[in-house]
Design a protein around this ligand. Sequence first.
Ligand code: FES
Ligand SMILES: [Fe+2]
Length: 542
Amino acid sequence: MNKKMEQMEKGGATGGINTSTVAEKTKANPGGASKAQKLIPYGGYFTNTIPGHDPEITETEPGTPLGEYMRGFWHPICMSLELTDTPRFLKIMGEELVAFRDKSGRVGVLHAHCVHRGASLEYGSIQERGIRCCYHGMVFDVDGTCLEVPFPPGEEKEAERFKCSIQQGAYKALERNGLIFAYMGPPDQEPPFPEWEGNFTVADTDELVPFSNFQHCNWLQVQDNAADNFHTAALHSAKQVVGGHYQGTTFDEVGAPSMQVAPDMQFIPVHQGRGLACAGARRSNDDHMFIRVQHQVLPNLSLHAYTSEDGASKKLFSRFHIIRWTVPVDNQNSKMIGWRVMGPSIDTRGIGDKSMVGYETIDFLEGQVAMRRPERFGKYKPEDIVPIPTHHRERHNYKECQYAPGDYEAIISQRPIAIHALENPTKFDAGLYMFRKMLRDAVRGTNPAASPQAFAQWMRENGGSPNSYCSGNVFHLPKANDVDEEVGQRRHLSKKVVEIITSNENLKGTERAQIIQQQMDDLEKETKQLLTQKAFQKKTSA
Ligand code: FES
Ligand SMILES: [Fe+2]
């Protein structure tokens, strides 16, 4: 890690936005050029050397520090619909795996290569119990136990002896709402499955609709994007679309133009350093202020507040519409895999479309995956396991994607593994730098609350169902008289919102929601009063 990144991570970790660290960034010298050289017009020559990526927080193969850390958690590895009558080949954190559902309904996640002589079990046949390797016919149960060695008659004893001498690599799996999760760490350290908010829902009408969206890049830049709330103002803005080539990529198109207003961000570590709350304040109209709080949890979970919020009327403590894990496939590929939470409780404007949520597709903003919807739904059915384009520049709709790019184009084009040493972060990048710092510390063992063991213990203490802080909050608060007052008002509000949502930890579910809504209502009144008292006016020295 270079000095620039250290400084930015330190600045972020204090909980504030430290602009001086941003100013310091140009001290970095990744390509051997001086600070002055790097600022020379037409001086690309001085910055044409590409330094290496940051392996400590990007690489996840077995034996890497981050890989070992991540293996301490449950991760979704595929969708249930990917388990058909043939085994499913998967790559997760660089490991080649085969997942299948045997004929008795149990899910197996095994090392792909047969422990006998390495044939891939993706060519095996699914049995009543376990899977049979195609090459010499050995059968393995879902826990890796060898059940059968088909030697000829007279060799039963030798078959039995051999059977007991081998074990196919296997990982424990569980299935939830259309997703297959696996735990790939040491069996004796298996953590409880994290049941956020009890069962990942907050209302009886909430429905968890599974999806899996492949990303042609390292997992961390996909995770970084969750804390990068500032990008919505540019990337998802109607005014950025070239030549009127709208493709469902903008918030304007779903009637939520307030999401295109640049938010003022506050980034606050939560749950003793296990997660981060990113609170963005933006004005949705002259009478309403929208505070959107995103919640990220180490190492790779993020909960996202309603993105189709029009901010037109008061709404307090509306919850998550996406729960997702960013799962490394290998160092240069990953997938966003999780649930769209659908139903009237969250999707108050009825924007969601379940028929577009699934394998390599999601209904929220076009441009989340390599394949655009006209191609996806023109050729394939929603339940099809479609082929994933191999490279973003080889897509036949490449030009359309240039006219109206989405998150996929922005994120994966940061290079297969983004080069942190070349970044010039602004104060609005502080959130993702904080998250990187929390992650790095967790990997190094210097963020003790975030170790897999501490996470597991914390999960057991709160009954396996921690509260999440993700929320969309629209306050009825008129625009202040001047910019300074407006800034004061929105920052006050953001901080107080995070205080409120994090200070009712002993409460759960509806009881917690009611108290939080009451406290936010009081906050609205208090803020109105402070505005009347001119408390947010800039104090000028005499
Ligand atoms: S390689 Fe699988 S049984 Fe021989
Ligand atoms: Fe985005």
